[in-house]
Design a protein around this ligand. Structure first.
Ligand SMILES: Nc1ncnc2c1ncn2[C@@H]1O[C@H](COP(=O)(O)OP(=O)(O)OP(=O)(O)O)[C@@H](O)[C@H]1O
Length: 577
């Protein structure tokens, strides 16, 4: 019903303290309202003039007003807490995504990650404001009313007390059914988000393959699933509302019957009977309200549980163990991996097995191997984006893994598709090194062959690029990625994951000319399928089924006439090298 982790949020206790006080005052106002109304009616029934009960009516109005004011005040009391908590959750969530790395987003699905960070947060806000108010109403108001009724008519109070657990049990049973349905609704919603984002991303490919319509059908089917799941949650919700209304009305009717019989027998008087009758619906109202909104808060509850589970995921410990000896990676520095293995969760075999590797100083190292041989996994491990088993050392400094802050501050990455942020060209360029002069930015744009493109931009360095603004071609994005690297002289370890794989031969050849000088005085680890790069590399690591099959210079590997030569022949058949 209530996530206990909620109480750990900063300000929760204070907000809940204020809420309970306001609820208490409201409960007293409700009792006062019932009491004064009954007195007024009884007096009128007894033949009093309207003017003689003026004061009672004033008290009734005051109690009524206090009740309404408290209702509004409760919302206001919770709003700052809910705002602050959800804003902080959103920040923590994005920070956690950054700390856990792209793998978590990939595993969870981009659609779900975005939905959780945006819509999920809104749902949590609703959950916090709706559920807490109802829960406190339910825990305070009925019991205060019951206590008051007990002072008037103990037997009636016992009856009302006994009937309450029956309603609660009923609510729990229906609530559990609603929870199961809401879980499915939430799951289909996440599936729909992931499907939608995936289809959008792959729209070009789908169009090219003529599969766009089929995928549209696919999205339709998933959204139908979601609609059905939502409808079945609603069905349970409506059924539960109906059942609870029926039960509570029946209970009030029984109370009225006994009170009526008591009046006829003369066992009770009109005023106490009327007061109990007026207060009986108020006794049941909080539980009815809670049940009515319960289904509406379930998505918020699920979203909160998902967010909290993600926030509780451990990030790699000891990320500050590595202390670099100099600002830049030096020509004498050494990185060693010994018996390093890595398995993806739920994978049936390790993606990397017993990797032994020494990378020294400034060198150009190529990673080659068939698709799925583990090149990207090894690059991710070297970049500290994945944490495996085995021994890692930098300059004889033993480290638990490479997710070390000071190591990552030395790294630059050039992936296959560098991400162009929706921001100005200036911000997109000054990625690693934010304080760059405009002249330097423009000079680098010329060096990477973007001078003509830059001249055509309407606002120069202030032009907005990226999604939702001016689009860049694959080659332009790659050049921007390269410019980012060239602009930072401090970071001297460069990881490249097939940066030219999607470019045509001419673009790649042009880019290669610009790239090769950048590789000097850096440790470059370059995963590639394109054989022509190997001639410029100092060292080649040949991957096969997650293991290093061979390593050496190009000449060594050719002389060995081993797996590399077979691979080279196969790659020649499939690439243009
Ligand atoms: N997120 C993941 N979850 C489970 N298995 C994965 C994941 N990513 C990669 N793998 C598996 O790990 C192995 C190595 O994949 P990796 O991407 O490192 O290969 P690669 O050599 O870079 O391939 P390519 O040249 O096609 O990019 C493959 O068997 C792949 O199926």
């Amino acid at each position: 019903m209530l996530d206990k982790r909620l109480f750990k949020f900063p300000g929760a206790r204070q907000a809940l303290g204020v809420l309970s006080l306001l609820t208490l005052i409201q409960a007293i106002a409700i009792i006062g309202q019932g009491r004064f109304l009954s007195v007024a009616i009884t007096d009128l029934w007894g033949g009093h003039q309207l003017t003689s009960i003026g004061m009672v009516l004033v008290w009734f109005m005051l109690a009524y007003l206090l009740r309404q004011v408290m209702g509004v005040a409760k919302q206001y009391a919770l709003a700052p807490f809910a705002d602050k908590t959800t804003a902080s959750l959103q920040t923590q969530l994005t920070q956690k995504y950054a700390a856990l790395g792209p793998r978590t987003v990939a595993n969870q699905g981009t659609g779900k990650s975005v939905t959780l960070a945006v819509e999920g947060i809104d749902q949590v806000h609703d959950y916090l404001t709706l559920v807490l108010v109802k829960l406190f109403d339910m825990s305070i108001t009925p019991w205060l009313i019951l206590l008051y009724i007990a002072t008037i008519n103990f037997k009636q109070a016992v009856f009302l007390f006994v009937i309450y657990p029956v309603i609660v049990i009923f609510m729990i049973v229906l609530g559990l059914a609603a929870q199961a349905k809401a879980d499915r609704e939430y799951e289909t919603f996440n599936r729909l988000s992931n499907h939608f984002v995936d289809s959008l991303r792959g729209l070009t490919t789908l169009k090219q393959l003529g599969l766009a319509k089929q995928y549209a059908q696919n999205i339709y089917d998933v959204s139908e699933d979601h609609r059905k799941a939502t409808m079945s949650t609603l069905k349970i919700a409506i059924l539960s509302t109906f059942a609870l209304d029926f039960f509570t009305t029946l209970s009030i009717a029984v109370v009225a019957l006994f009170l009526g019989l008591g009046l006829m027998d003369g066992a009770t008087h009109l005023l106490p009977a009327l007061t109990i009758l007026v207060l009986a619906p108020e006794y049941f109202l909080p539980i009815r309200n809670f049940a009515n909104d319960y289904h509406a808060t379930l998505n918020g509850k699920n979203a909160l549980a998902d967010i909290m589970t993600l926030l509780e995921q451990p990030v790699a410990p000891e990320t500050n163990r590595y202390v670099r000896q100099s600002q830049r990676w030096q020509a004498t520095d050494t990185l060693t991996l010994e018996q390093v293995s890595f398995s993806y969760p739920n994978a049936d075999r390790p993606a990397l097995q017993q990797i032994n590797l020494t990378l020294t100083g400034h060198a150009k190292v190529a990673l080659v191997g068939t698709s799925g041989s583990g090149k990207s996994t090894l690059l991710n491990l070297l970049g500290g984006f994945l944490v495996g088993d085995g021994d890692v050392k930098i300059n004889e400094q033993a480290l638990p893994h490479l997710q070390q802050r000071q190591w990552q501050e030395q790294i630059q990455v050039l992936p296959q598709h560098p991400y162009i942020f929706h921001d100005t060209l200036r911000a997109n360029l000054a990625f690693y090194a934010p304080d760059q002069r405009d002249e330097d930015l423009i000079a680098v744009l010329q060096q990477v062959g973007l001078a003509d493109w830059f001249a055509s931009l309407p606002d120069g360095l202030d032009t907005l690029i990226g999604e939702g603004a001016m689009q860049t071609s694959g080659g332009q994005a790659q050049r921007i990625g390269l410019a980012r690297i060239m602009l930072d002289e401090e970071r001297r370890v460069l990881l490249l994951d097939e940066p030219t794989a999607h470019l045509d031969i001419e673009t790649e050849a042009l880019l290669k000319e610009t790239m090769l000088p950048v590789f000097d005085n850096r440790l470059v680890i370059f995963a590639t399928h394109r054989l022509h790069w190997l001639r410029q590399m100092d060292w080649i690591i040949v991957m096969r089924d997650g293991q290093i099959a061979e390593q050496g210079t190009l000449a060594d590997l050719i002389a060995n006439n081993g797996y590399f030569v077979t691979l080279q022949a196969a790659m020649r058949g499939t690439t243009h090298a």
